[in-house]
Design a protein around this ligand. Structure first.
Ligand SMILES: Cc1cc2nc3c(=O)[nH]c(=O)nc-3n(C[C@H](O)[C@H](O)[C@H](O)COP(=O)(O)OP(=O)(O)OC[C@H]3O[C@@H](n4cnc5c(N)ncnc54)[C@H](O)[C@@H]3O)c2cc1C
Length: 408
């Protein structure tokens, strides 16, 4: 058994792990990324890939606690700037499309919410414009008659998730970073002032000593933290996506709903991708989850109501993907109190935030001020005192089907 060293061991080769690896490697750190499987196959390979810059709907279907949109928006503004320069930074195309997006409202209450949202966006420096239903249909004639109003935001967009994570890992590799796939992390122990990380099995076992561990294991973030004796209240959740066959109609904008779980866009090949956080069947922690027929029907019916042309398209495929939810639905990022050198990042909208969180983690690890205020987003708020467990705190994973039935 050979013990190696690294300046930072990154656990998880999803988009967050790849982003922080690239940021650290470009700054001269020797990084090692470990993944139990192939890189970019879990949340980051199943994501819708939307770049959410105007406020998102505050509750995905079944979500117990609404998202604090006003708090989220300054982070979205900062993330937006970083997506603007990402392809240049990574020296390749990741199919970033900033073609703008609509968030639509159908009821009077939702129209009022659109106005509140518009105010928060203005305060955060995110330019949005309010349109009545006719003006929205004039701008996007594919919108249906139930659309009563919409906000338009130039900054919304999407990128190809199957390109983003590999491009970040390539960028890290060009600067000396290494990625080991199929190397499951099994043990993390304190080792002097740093950490000892053991990954893989048998002849493939690796032992790495490092001052810095970055736990970006997505839905398994809590499991990895537990190896280091840290109990974090995180809940793995599985949600699903639906893809239609190619459409001859052209829709270059992202369409979301202010009050219900909906995001629709057309990818370069012409297929429509329909999502919005509808729950898949319960996720087992091997990471597999079946798709839910209820969610298929609910999500697609909503899409057809808002964009009636979808009614004529056949469904090509549907899939489920895992994500990590925090009890307050806000992202988590920072060093774990009492565990120097152990950093975590994950949670809500991690695809949109990947460029920002990669840079933020680099700054924290280098002892520099982060580019945005993350003082209220640290892992301390999720920690369970010694002897407790995430379950004691009511965070046992609910069956998404149960949550679905509580949807308002
Ligand atoms: C269907 C769906 C749609 C979404 N849509 C959007 C969207 O439109 N916009 C947006 O911003 N966000 C969206 N999200 C959320 C976002 O995409 C994900 O949260 C994000 O990609 C997660 O990235 P990550 O790097 O944190 O985790 P992941 O991509 O899940 O990566 C975690 C990695 O950790 C590895 N790992 C686990 N255990 C171990 C171990 N023991 N040892 C080593 N490695 C381990 C896993 O194999 C995995 O590769 C969506 C998520 C899903 C599922």
């Amino acid at each position: 058994m050979t013990t190696r060293t690294a300046d930072a061991v990154i656990v998880g080769a999803g988009v967050l792990g790849a982003s922080v690896a690239s940021h650290l490697a470009r700054s001269g750190h020797r990084v090692l990324v470990l993944d139990r499987g192939a890189p970019g196959r879990e949340g980051s390979g199943t994501t819708a890939g939307n770049l959410h810059m105007q406020a998102v709907h505050t509750k995905r279907p079944g979500q117990a606690v609404p998202l604090d949109s006003a708090r989220f928006l300054p982070l979205q503004r900062a993330a937006s700037d970083r997506w603007e320069t990402l392809e240049e930074e990574l020296e390749t195309s990741v199919e970033v499309r900033r073609t703008g997006g609509f968030t639509i409202a159908e009821t009077d209450e939702q129209c009022r919410e659109l106005h509140d949202k518009h105010g928060w966006e203005a305060a955060a420096g995110i330019p949005t414009e309010i349109l009545d239903g006719d003006a929205a249909r004039a701008a996007l004639p594919l919108l249906g008659p139930t659309v009563a109003a919409a906000t338009w935001c130039d900054l919304d967009g999407y990128a190809n998730p199957l390109k983003v994570t590999p491009a970040y890992l390539d960028s890290a590799a060009r600067h000396g970073g290494r990625t080991l796939a199929f190397a499951p992390v099994r043990r993390i122990t304190r080792n002097g002032d740093g950490w000892r990380v053991v990954a893989g099995h048998g002849a493939a076992e690796r032992v790495v000593d490092t001052p810095v561990v970055v736990d970006v294991a997505g839905p398994w973030l809590g499991e990895i933290a537990a190896m280091a004796g840290i109990t974090l209240r995180m809940t793995p959740v599985a949600i699903q996506m639906h893809a239609t066959v190619r459409s001859s109609a052209t829709m270059s904008h992202l369409v979301q709903h202010i009050g219900e779980g909906l995001s629709v866009k057309q990818v370069a090949a012409g297929n429509l991708l329909i999502g919005g956080g509808w729950p898949a069947l319960s996720m087992d922690l091997a990471g597999r989850s079946g798709t839910s027929l209820d969610s298929l029907v609910g999500n697609v019916a909503l899409a057809v109501r808002v964009l009636p042309f979808i009614r004529d398209l056949r469904l090509l495929r549907m899939w489920a993907g895992p994500l990590a939810a925090t009890p307050d639905e806000m992202p988590v990022i920072g060093e774990v109190p009492g565990a120097p050198g152990f950093y975590v990042a994950g949670g809500t909208y991690a695809f949109t935030f990947a460029p920002l969180w990669g840079e933020t983690l680099r700054c924290l690890i280098e002892g520099k001020p982060p580019p945005v205020d993350i003082s209220d987003l640290g892992p301390g708020r999720l920690m369970v005192p010694a002897g407790g467990s995430a379950r004691d705190n009511g965070l046992e994973q609910e069956n998404p089907q149960d949550r679905r039935s509580k949807r308002c």
